[in-house]
Design a protein around this ligand. Structure first.
Ligand code: SAM
Length: 305
């Protein structure tokens, strides 16, 4: 990253000190908003380095707040950094940063949950799925309140509009554990299924609690690399429906529930005495069998418990 710094043609203003932050945001108030500030630039550099070579890449950072990660991204000689930040308190600081790096930082004051990622970058960056990944990377230390629905939304809608877009994201430990949970484990959940069937997911770094002010639990960085071929061939909607209904009986109307659930398990060669979380071992075949059942009975997919 030091080399990347030398290549930058701009000088960013220094990061705020702890004293300035306490004064600026009145710590009492920020505690209520559960705001933790990453103030270690070397650690931010390490996080950004995990996102591989960002030179000339288009980067999207979610929730930059006090810009430690933002600065490291800018220093990596990116083509453009787009940031989406909801809290108006952080916009003036970002504006100062943008002034110091002309043409490099695009600031959107808005909500990441509604921001349309599929329209965020020039159309010329779009790649076919089988091509090399586009020169786009998503980075961020995601806010806990939105992380799970946001990942599901991105996977369903928008993330892949430019091809196999890669992401490097930090989460609270429990979310990272669910994302990387192995099949059959107690943490294997809807989030694990939805993320793992489309991406290879790896833990790439840990951010110790003491890196933040005030100190939270550790955060864990996770790398998402979209798979050339998804693990399950059925459409996203069907995979999502099965992942949401861990009690398989909920997939069928009451009158046929017992019989159809039995048939689903039998045809998928899944032991009916398994716990719902253990059924994830058979998730792929359950999707295949349920897909055929829906094909034979077109009303079945629309049935919603
Ligand atoms: N990247 C910073 C860091 O590492 O210190 C801050 C990460 S902090 C966990 C989450 C950031 O996301 C905050 O800046 C917060 O204001 C912002 N945020 C929270 N909800 C958001 C939303 N729905 N849309 C956009 N930004 C949001």
């Amino acid at each position: 990253m030091a080399a990347a710094r030398k290549l930058s043609t701009f000088h960013l203003p220094p990061l705020s000190t702890i004293g300035e932050i306490i004064k600026l945001f009145k710590m009492q108030a920020s505690k209520q908003l559960s705001q933790n500030f990453l103030l270690d630039l070397r650690l931010a550099d390490k996080i950004v380095k995990k996102a591989r070579n960002l030179r000339n890449a288009y980067v999207y950072e979610v929730g930059p707040r006090l810009e430690a990660i933002t600065r490291s991204i800018l220093n990596a000689s990116v083509a453009e950094l787009l940031v989406v930040e909801k809290n108006p308190q952080f916009i003036p600081g970002l504006q100062t940063l943008s002034d110091a790096a002309p043409g490099k930082l695009r600031i959107v004051h808005g909500d990441v949950s509604t921001f349309k990622i599929e329209k965020a970058f020039p159309g010329s960056l779009k790649r076919q799925w089988e091509d090399d990944p586009p020169t786009i990377h998503i980075i961020g230390n995601l806010p806990f309140s939105v992380s799970t629905p946001l990942i599901i939304k991105w996977l369903k809608d928008g993330l892949f509009a430019y091809g196999r877009t890669q992401m490097t994201l930090a989460f609270q430990k429990e979310v990272a554990e669910r994302l990387t949970a192995s099949k059959g484990s107690i943490q294997h959940s809807q989030l694990s299924i939805m993320a793992q069937y489309l991406c290879s997911i790896q833990n790439v770094f840990t951010i110790p609690g003491q890196a933040f002010i005030p100190k939270p639990e550790v955060d864990v960085g996770v790398d998402f690399t979209p798979l050339m071929e998804s693990m399950i061939e059925q459409p996203f909607k069907l995979v999502e429906k099965l992942a949401q209904n861990t009690w398989l009986g909920m997939l069928f109307p009451e009158a046929q529930c017992l019989e159809s659930t039995g048939k689903l398990l039998q045809l998928a060669e899944a032991d009916p005495t398994l716990w719902p979380c253990q059924l994830s071992l058979h998730f792929k075949s359950l999707c295949g069998v349920y897909w055929k059942m829906c094909d034979r009975n077109p009303h079945l997919f629309a049935y919603n418990f």
